[in-house]
Design a protein around this ligand. Structure first.
Ligand code: NAD
Ligand code: UDP
Length: 313
């Protein structure tokens, strides 16, 4: 039985990861400061004998004997990470230093949840890991993008300088049950708007694209990455390469919910990337032929079911 620390474990992705790791017979310590996560996301795990919940902020050091660390703590929605940009940078940078220090001390393997945002508004399409990106270092999104880029640098430097066993994944837009209804990201926004009969808010003209991955596919890729061959550090893209415009997504959500909501157009936020699609050849090669399995329509149905139940409570 492995003892595993999951930072950000009470968040959307973290809660699914904790659940899966427990199912596989591990002992899980879930650490979170509840900025965007909540106890509700993990309440079904509370009675599990091998689950432990710790309120802690990763900008402060944390000591524990563990075999593996999944470093997920960081707000992921633009609305949340821009709420306190300095704190976002601290979470990514100081959090990485604290967790890497811990990994070094206890000789744990450590995985960093990085992001497709390291590619910024990409002018190479689709994005392979070898692309260095097009990021504005002083824009509204930079606290997140540059924070995550610096965290990747720290991970590689701890690996090269101190031999820490690291793994880096670059996660592309992921959705599913347990996203916060006020999360602000596009899939949860559109579903909640459709279910409550409010206007669907498209930012810009809706021609910008994203590639949406269902959360179960991400968890599978993440766990495969932690178990990947020794010496393979990544970064590796984990995302679904099927690309949609925001207008297509809005129409799909309206159709699946049978909603009467109308579409309304609002200004496009600063530095909003125009396109995004992962090149997943490396993940296929290194992660035992990993590829996403859940198509958007199916994943949206699961997510709509979740929000329907949540909103009727
Ligand atoms: P989320 O906001 O639901 O979860 C983040 C969790 O981290 C929350 O529980 C929050 O309370 C916690 N947290 C934030 N700051 C903290 C701190 N200083 N100390 C301790 N806990 C803290 O977001 P998510 O979608 O679950 O994202 C999880 C990770 O995956 C993040 O690192 C994010 O950058 C990365 N990621 C997610 C996506 C996506 O589409 N979901 C895409 C790219 C990268
Ligand atoms: N978006 C939108 N309406 C919303 C929320 C987001 O049109 O209510 C757009 C946003 O401008 C972006 C895309 O959807 O072009 C994805 O936004 P999200 O915040 O989900 O993720 P990110 O921009 O970080 O990829």
């Amino acid at each position: 039985m492995k003892k595993i620390l999951v930072t950000g474990g009470a968040g959307f992705v973290g809660s699914h990861l904790c659940e899966r790791l427990l199912k596989e017979g591990n002992e899980v310590i879930c650490l979170d400061n509840y900025f965007t996560g909540s106890k509700r996301n993990i309440e079904h795990l509370m009675d599990h004998h091998y689950f432990e919940l710790v309120r802690h902020d990763i900008t402060n050091p944390y000591m524990v004997e563990v075999d593996e660390i999944y470093n997920l703590a960081c707000p992921a929605s633009p609305v949340h990470y821009q709420y306190n940009p300095i704190k976002t940078v601290k979470t990514s940078v100081m959090g990485a230093i604290n967790m890497l220090g811990l990994a070094k001390r206890v000789k744990a393997k450590i995985l960093q949840a990085s992001t497709s945002e390291v590619y910024g508004d990409p002018n190479v399409h689709p994005q392979p890991e070898s692309y260095w990106g097009n990021v504005n270092p002083i824009g509204l999104r930079s606290c997140y993008d540059e924070g995550k880029r610096c965290a990747e640098t720290l991970f590689m430097d701890y690996h090269n300088q101190n031999n820490v066993d690291i793994k880096i994944i670059r996660i592309f837009n992921t959705y599913g049950p347990r996203m916060h209804p006020q999360d602000g990201r596009v899939v949860s926004n559109f579903i909640v708007q459709a279910l409550t009969g409010k206007d669907i808010t498209i930012f810009g003209d809706g021609t910008q694209t994203r590639s949406f991955q269902y959360v179960d596919d991400l968890i599978e890729g993440t766990i495969r990455m932690m178990g990947s061959r020794s010496g393979f550090t990544g970064p590796v893209n984990i995302g679904n390469p099927v690309e949609f415009t925001m207008l297509q997504l809005a129409n799909e959500v309206v159709e699946l919910t049978g909603s009467k909501s109308k579409i309304t157009y609002l200004p496009l936020p600063q530095d909003d990337p125009m396109q995004r699609q992962p090149d997943i050849s490396l993940a296929r090669k290194e992660l035992n032929n990993w590829a996403p399995k859940v198509p958007l329509k199916e994943g949206l149905k699961y997510t709509i079911d979740y929000f329907e139940k949540l909103l009727s409570k």
